[in-house]
Ligand binder design. Structure first.
Ligand code: PMP
Length: 406
């Protein structure tokens, strides 16, 4: 039950020592992307200095070293998310690509009388690819509604499900509100009607170690850059059965078995979905980031973030006219709020001058903003390396901005 030594952890993140606009950086935009520990930054440089080579083709030593490191990272991801087989782990460029890969593939597996279900709290990247799919196939897009607290309404979900439902695509945790969605229930019920479930884990993986076998989801996608890893790399987990049913996403080198002008056969998993030279360096370093997080421990991460969430919620609510959006008890370390009569952008701009980084706007989740009839919110999203002292400074800055603007 030991508490994290936050100062020691902060020393792992060189960027946190920086001043922004003359003030010590307070980084509360972790939902958009996390900062990177030095081990991750160093691993990128080490890769290019010592083993850079193309993978899966060369017989030469460096090519083998690079291939081994890349495949070792795949195994680390497999173990981290508890996938059954290592070839169920596909490297992508990020969550967005993972969702597009799956949505695109289903064009050959569904038809016009089918339904595709998403939820009211999705990021645009888990809406638009499914709209493409519906446009191509004539299938209908159905939306699981939310309530005032930002929770999905499960009674409505149960009612909307039918034998027409072929795919349910939902996020594990909402990026705009922080709500943790009841995906266990969603997956179980979807399977009862024979539907496939894709879970967008982009906002969950920084806080939770997902167990894809226990969840029994068919697909689980996430991004490396939100879990202390580099940008440009992500993971698509898929059950073997479904990855075999899906057609390839991109054609090219690496993804083939045999090519003739008459007919091409595809490589086995995972290579079928990894056409071309992948993002080798960042794929390898994703494994370094996962090791780093596991060393800190997700129990410890959750404990620290839970404290930050309740402290920030309490302090912010002391400000008159401040309203928090996303008030479920089941939420992660995100506080999305507005102050009556003030545009979120104006607050964001003023507190940036004080060295504080938050996100303002619709957070790529316009349907949520439409639901609440607001242009956007100010979103502070905390990570395990943030402190209560930073929250104090932030709350004072918000008060100051409010005074200047009202
Ligand atoms: N889904 C959710 C819930 C997200 O928060 C994000 C990133 N903001 C994405 C998908 C897209 O991730 P990426 O931009 O890394 O592809």
């Amino acid at each position: 039950n030991k508490m994290l030594d936050i100062q020691k952890i902060r020393a792992d993140f060189p960027i946190l020592e920086q001043k922004v606009n003359g003030k010590p950086l307070i980084y509360f935009d972790n939902g958009a992307t996390s900062q990177k520990p030095k081990v991750v930054i160093d691993a990128i440089s080490k890769y290019y200095q010592e083993i850079n080579a193309n993978i899966h083709r060369g017989v030469h030593t460096l090519s083998q070293l690079a291939t081994d490191a890349y495949e070792a990272s795949r195994e680390k991801v497999r173990s981290h998310i508890n996938a059954k087989e290592v070839y169920e782990v596909i490297f992508t460029s990020g969550t967005t690509q993972g969702i597009n890969l799956v949505a695109n593939g289903f064009a050959s597996l569904i038809s016009k009388d089918d339904e595709v279900m998403v939820s009211a709290v999705e990021h645009h990247s888990n809406i638009v690819p499914w709209q493409f799919l519906c446009e191509r196939t004539g299938a209908k897009l159905v939306v699981i509604p939310m309530n005032e607290k930002g929770e999905l309404v499960m009674s409505e979900y149960d009612r909307l499900l039918s034998s027409k439902t072929k795919i349910v695509a939902v996020n594990h945790i909402s990026n705009a509100l922080g709500t943790i969605n009841p995906i266990e229930h969603i997956i179980k019920k979807a399977h009862e009607v024979g539907a496939v479930v894709l879970v967008d884990g982009a906002q969950a993986t920084p806080h939770i170690k997902p167990d894809v076998q226990a969840l029994d989801c068919d697909f689980y996608v996430f991004s490396g850059h939100k879990i202390c890893g580099p940008t440009g790399v992500g993971i698509l987990y898929g059950k073997e059965e479904w990855l075999n049913k899906l057609p390839p996403y991109m054609g090219g080198g690496e993804m083939i078995k045999e090519v003739t002008f008459e007919k091409t056969t595809y490589a086995d998993l995972p290579h079928k979905f990894e056409a071309g030279t992948p993002n080798i360096a960042d794929g390898i370093v994703l494994g370094t980031a996962i090791d780093y997080l596991n060393e800190i421990g997700f129990d410890n991460i959750q404990k620290q973030e839970k404290e930050l969430l309740s402290y920030a919620t309490e302090k912010l609510l002391e400000i008159e006219g401040l309203k928090i959006f996303g008030t479920s008890e089941n939420k992660t370390s995100v506080v999305s709020f507005n102050i009556e009569g003030i545009h979120p952008y104006d607050i964001g701009t003023i507190i940036d001058k004080l060295g504080i980084a938050v996100r303002t706007g619709h957070h790529c989740a316009q349907p949520i903003m439409n639901y609440f009839d607001i242009p956007g919110t100010i979103r502070a999203s905390f990570s395990f390396y943030n402190t209560k002292e930073e929250i104090d400074t932030f709350v004072e800055a918000v008060k100051k901005a409010k005074m200047m603007l009202s």
